[in-house]
Design a protein around this ligand. Structure first.
Ligand code: PEP
Length: 249
């Protein structure tokens, strides 16, 4: 039985005081039944304050990106060990906004995954097709190539620890959500691909989140699908009430 995981991607929102307030509100009201994992991923500048605000609660800390090198002269970048020492357990890698605006490729994401695993961080690896790719009927080949590229040379035991976020690019921040059937279809495809690349045991262990305009009113239906193990939430995670409604769903 895979443990559900709901993560909030706060993107480039919230100052330190705002982030502290939001994190404290989520921590205070988060369900303590242990049925699923709850992760918040604030901007780098807020990690330490948020770590403090969620201390002693069930909420876990994640980051939104990192560099693949261990350390060095990479001005403006953040290393895996720095995230780990700030209290992070998770890191989002290969988000479509990183791919679209910062030129991230599957090869770069693959290097980041390897570094994150070495540092003891759990990657949340994002994949997903654009609207043009979906219209052209190449969703599975696009997502398949992303999974193959990101998972290259990752062993089975390590692969089991990864979380995949299937995020159709056309659904991110648009208010347009994939139907639960559309999402389930791609999640099932990804799981079958993991079985082909690794084994049935790896495929059944890896958690696959859906992301793309998940909101309190559509979360339950999406999360009822057999291959959807949680959500990566953008906009709706910036409000404690709506994020927690999704967690409850
Ligand atoms: C995201 O940024 O990963 C995301 C899913 O955003 P939103 O929920 O706003 O579509």
């Amino acid at each position: 039985m895979r443990k559900r995981i709901v993560a909030g991607n706060w993107k480039m929102y919230k100052t330190v005081p705002e982030a502290t307030e939001l994190a404290a509100a989520i921590a205070a009201a988060a369900p303590k039944d242990g049925a699923g994992e709850i992760v918040v991923c604030p901007p780098f500048t807020n990690l330490t304050a948020v770590a403090e605000a969620i201390k002693g609660s069930v909420v876990r800390l994640g980051a939104q990106n990192m560099h693949w090198e261990e350390k060095g002269a990479f001005t403006g970048e953040i290393a895996a060990d720095m995230l780990k020492s700030a209290g992070c357990q998770y890191v989002i890698l290969g988000h479509s906004e990183r791919r679209q605006y910062f030129g991230e490729t599957d090869a770069m994401v693959n290097k980041k995954i390897k570094r994150a695993l070495t540092a003891g961080l759990n990657p949340i690896v994002c994949v997903g097709e654009t609207l043009d790719q979906r219209k052209a009927g190449i969703t599975e080949s696009v997502v398949g190539d992303q999974v193959r590229g990101c998972f290259a040379d990752i062993g089975a035991e390590q692969a089991k620890t990864l979380v995949i976020a299937y995020e159709p690019v056309w659904a991110i921040g648009t208010g347009v959500t994939a139907t639960s059937e559309q999402a389930q279809e791609v999640h099932h495809f990804i799981r079958a691909l993991l079985a082909e690349l690794y084994s049935e045991s790896v495929a059944q262990t890896v958690r696959i989140q859906y992301g793309g305009s998940m909101k309190p009113d559509n979360a339950a239906q999406l999360l009822a699908q057999p291959d959807i193990d949680g959500g990566l939430i953008g906009g709706a995670s910036l409000d404690a009430k709506s994020f927690l409604q999704i967690v409850t769903a």
